[in-house]
Design a protein around this ligand. Sequence first.
Ligand code: COA
Length: 260
Amino acid sequence: MDFENILISDKEAVRTITINRPAKLNALNKQTIDDLSKAFIAAEEDKNIRAIILTGSGEKAFVAGADISEFAHYEKDQGEELSADGHKKLFNRVEQLGTPVIAAINGFALGGGLELAMSCHMRVASSKAKMGLPEVSLGVIPGYGGTQRLAQLVGKGRALEMISTAGMIGVVEAHQMGLVNHVVEPEVLMEKCVAIASSISRNSPTAIKAAIRAVNAQYAEGVDGYAVEIEAFGSCFDSEDFKEGTTAFLEKRKPQFSGE
Ligand code: COA
């Protein structure tokens, strides 16, 4: 797979996707969103891949936002289309991906960058990272799910403070409010993410996919998350992974999950 603005590398069952526009602090232009969209679909279809790490190229930024130069001249309909397109192609897709995605936040995660990190299933930050949703300082609001996902992750009051002040927070505050799961020194950021990804890759992909679906159901409008959990729980019993997991336990050996 060759992409203009992203790099892909695999190690065992873990795929790393690196957003690679360091000169523009990895800002998300349309091409990058398209590349990421295709890369996530390909990763999910690859049965050998059990976890994905998403990070930014260079030392400065994870992603410094949507590419402001692309939308500065837009009008209402184009703005709406930009937002809807991004939700569909990338942000909702990442959130609903059956393969867990870990955001390795290596620097600035601003605007669309923080929104992308929040679409991931979990976040690990370098101690140098800075996060914020500065959109209102540009006269616009977060449009890639930030108004919803930030409130889900940190609560409405903190979300509205971050959004309306357009301020940046450091990792101590981000960790305290539950925006990131872990904070580590920059040199060990990828190591920490790989350790989490490796733990994930030892478990049943079928069950993890079902768990993501059930957890996401809590935030879906008009959906009873408990009902989704019951159905998803039941569906696991039909899987090869369930047979393998329970048999391996009873035979006192490590399971070898196929993801079927
Ligand atoms: N869109 C487009 N280009 C961006 C960008 C964005 N969101 N963020 C950074 N860049 C570009 C800069 O224009 C600059 O390009 P140039 O060298 O061709 O002029 C390059 O990336 C480096 O950024 P620069 O601003 O010079 O770095 P800095 O260290 O002085 O500041 C930031 C870093 C992150 C504070 C600053 O780049 C910034 O505020 N970015 C915008 C953040 C934002 O508002 N994001 C939300 C968008 S909705």
